[in-house]
Design a protein around this ligand. Structure first.
Ligand code: NDP
Ligand SMILES: CC(C)CCC[C@@H](C)[C@H]1CC=C2C3=C(CC[C@@]21C)[C@@]1(C)CC[C@H](O)C(C)(C)[C@@H]1CC3
Length: 614
């Protein structure tokens, strides 16, 4: 291993997965493909570690010394952290044998007197090989596994077994079921949150395989996506929109309207102002040692925005401006998203390695610009990604829909919007309000956890969502459709929403507090990161039940538009492609995160989105 930081045979300190404990290990080798070092612990246990989870013994000692110095200076900062599954608080057990653990040193902000205690606690880790399970044992109905896992969730101080799956050379962490108490269940919500975030940091110096066909694919998408939005925006005004009836391109000067740009900027700043108000709960995401706080006041923001817009309409503001200047508003938003993307790329160059997203850190300029390099770019406490995803575009979606209802009344000379328009408005309003009401759930989604913030999301949030997700309402303005299948639309919408909400809430509740008594009936699979995977309930039906619900809802949004044209059905086609691609991105990410535990989950839950089909 000539140009590597650590060589085979080196004695180094290796971080225990999902914890901040370091053990003395010996480097055995390096796999260039996975960019993982194989290390061996003193008792012969082998693990694969990332470079950033390894430290030379000297720098480790320096770090420990400087930490204990700073801790002895500031006792107020001493805090016992119970995030790690490997961190135990019990007295030693006769079954405890880990020689590796004897070398463990807690790197927490604990004073040296506590260091010994931690060392002793860490010595309670038991390392024992796992038996290859028979297929029957892998079944989701395996009560034993369930039992073990429930204990794992509910016992913050239980002992940990390290099981090696010999065939894959990977490890699972499990708590022994006889070691029980209910400390985690009794813990305060904030503490639970910290504990359930025990996974190793997602951000890293390394990059993952390129999506979208790398640089070329990203460039094609960057050009294609705005062109496609333009196509849709022009198509929707055609009397007979179809793929064979292409719209003519308007003169270039019609794209530019300073007033439209002014409105877009005012809207974004207004949303930003509301976002900063100290209303709502503060949520914490732990990322590479940093505490990221998020203020979840999305619902409040929505209510205030609705009140302000209603007041403006009352004062004589004409919302149909949005319909008549749709093209100009779209290009103004595109300009803003472009400028934002450039800003994000430039600032990401000074972001630390641990602040970068795995997916957008390839070193390829176009690809990284598209995918986003920085995981959670912030201006002080203002989180740009969270804000853009949840506020201007999402709330703007509802504003545009209302404007389309008013435009329909004006154009069709109606006293009230059509039933079709009302249904589309109500269905999508519920979707958006639900997203804002459950805003904290976004903290467990791929976008927040794994994706960097770059062109894809900036454009997606500020242009794609408000100007293409409103297509059905926009279509109905000039393509009236008498509603004959109202009951069908309602039923489809209710079923879709039920699946979407229940499955998302189940996963979110589980990620927040795996020991939640309301989830105690669910079966789970432990993983080496300390987090577990749900294997029954909604997440035992298909691997993405939330996508299934979302797709069913998308069907309900198109049904009121009738079958005269394909255009209003575009959303569901696009959404299917997006979610299938997203599902495979998530599969790859989870395989990287959870290794063999993920493969086991996939063997147990065979279908991805649609039961029995895919
Ligand atoms: N309207 C729109 O345009 C879009 C809407 N959406 C919606 O947004 C929501 C979030 O979607 P998205 O972020 O893509 O994906 P998910 O909310 O499904 O999050 C995926 C993550 O969930 C965790 N997970 C996966 N399987 C399990 C399991 N069995 N048990 C426990 N945790 C599991 C994993 O993360 P970990 O283990 O690290 O917690 C995984 O990375 C969905 O409802 C989706 O429909 C998404 C995209 C676009
Ligand atoms: C431009 C590309 C082709 C695709 C961009 C994708 C984005 C538009 C979507 C990625 C994930 C999203 C989510 C929502 C909106 C669309 C984007 C930004 C979401 C906020 C919609 C409301 C939901 O309730 C949600 C679960 C909060 C969604 C989260 C994901």
């Amino acid at each position: 291993m000539p140009s590597l930081k650590y060589q085979a045979g080196d004695k180094v300190m290796g971080r225990w997965p999902g914890s901040s404990l370091y053990y003395e290990v010996k480097v055995l080798g390096y796999d260039a493909k996975s960019r993982l070092y194989t290390v061996i612990y003193k008792d012969g246990t082998e693990l694969e570690l990332k470079e950033q989870d390894i430290m030379s013994v000297t720098s480790f000692q320096q770090r420990t010394r400087s930490r204990s110095r700073s801790n002895s200076r500031s006792p107020g900062r001493r805090r016992s952290r119970s995030r790690s599954p490997a961190r135990t608080t019990r007295r030693s057990s006769s079954r405890t044998t880990a020689a590796a653990a004897a070398a463990a040193v807690a790197t927490d902000s604990t004073p040296s007197s506590r260091g010994d205690k931690k060392l002793k606690q860490a010595a309670e880790i038991k390392i024992s090989p796992i038996q290859e399970k028979k297929p029957a044992e892998n079944n989701s109905n395996n009560k034993h596994e369930k039992k073990e896992e429930n204990n794992m969730a509910s016992k913050a101080d239980a002992k940990v077994e390290v099981d090696s799956e010999k065939n894959l050379g990977r490890y699972n962490l499990r708590r022994r079921k006889e070691d029980g108490d209910s400390k985690a269940a009794e813990a305060k919500p904030e503490e639970r949150e910290e504990r359930s975030s025990a996974a190793p940091p997602a951000a890293a110096a390394a990059s993952t395989p390129l999506d979208f066909g790398g640089n070329i694919g990203a460039l094609v998408l960057m050009l294609f996506l705005p062109a496609w939005v333009l196509f849709l925006v022009l198509q929707v005004n055609q009397k007979d929109p179809s793929l064979t009836n292409l719209p003519t391109l308007p003169p270039l000067e019609t794209f530019w309207d300073p007033q439209a740009l002014g409105f877009v900027i005012i809207w974004i700043f207004f949303q930003a102002l509301l976002y900063t108000l100290p209303v709502g709960k503060v949520r914490v995401l732990l990322r590479s040692g940093r505490r990221l706080t998020y203020r979840t006041n999305g619902f409040f923001t929505f209510v205030v925005s609705a009140a302000v817009v209603a007041a403006a309409v009352y004062q004589g503001a004409d919302l149909t401006y949005i319909h008549s200047h749709f093209l100009q508003l779209t290009s103004a938003s595109f300009l803003v998203s472009m400028l934002l993307s450039v800003y994000l790329y430039v600032r990401s160059r000074s972001a630390g390695l641990d602040e970068r997203a795995l997916g957008g850190n390839s070193g390829k300029v176009i690809y990284d610009f598209f995918k986003g390099r920085e995981l959670n770019p912030r201006i002080k406490e203002f989180d740009l990604k969270f804000f853009c995803e949840m506020r201007p575009g999402l709330i703007g979606w509802c504003l545009i829909n209302v404007a389309m209802a008013l435009a329909e009344m004006k154009q069709q000379k109606l006293d009230a919007p059509s039933y079709s328009m009302i249904l589309v408005n109500v269905f999508q309003l519920i979707y958006v309000v639900d997203g804002l009401w459950n805003e904290e759930a976004i903290l467990t989604t791929m976008d927040l956890m794994d994706d960097g913030f770059g062109y894809m999301l900036a454009f997606g949030d500020l242009v794609w969502v408000p100007f293409t997700y409103t297509l059905q309402a926009n279509y109905l303005v000039s393509h009236p459709n008498p509603l004959i299948v109202m009951t069908v639309c309602l039923c489809v919408s209710v079923v879709g929403f039920y699946i979407f909400r229940k499955s998302n809430s189940e996963k979110n509740a589980f990620r927040r507090n795996p020991a939640d008594p309301r989830l105690s009936h669910l079966k789970t699979i432990p993983t080496a990161t300390g987090k577990s995977l749900l294997v029954s309930g909604w997440w035992g039906v298909v691997r993405h039940p939330n996508y299934l619900g979302d797709l069913i809802m998308a069907l309900a949004w198109s049904l009121p538009c009738g079958f005269s044209h394909l255009l209003p059905w575009y959303y569901i086609i696009y959404f299917l492609i997006l979610l299938v691609h997203r599902d495979s991105r998530d599969m790859n990410a989870c395989r990287r995160k959870y290794g063999s535990a993920w493969d086991k989950y996939c063997r147990t839950v065979r279908y991805r989105i649609i039961p029995g089909v895919y």
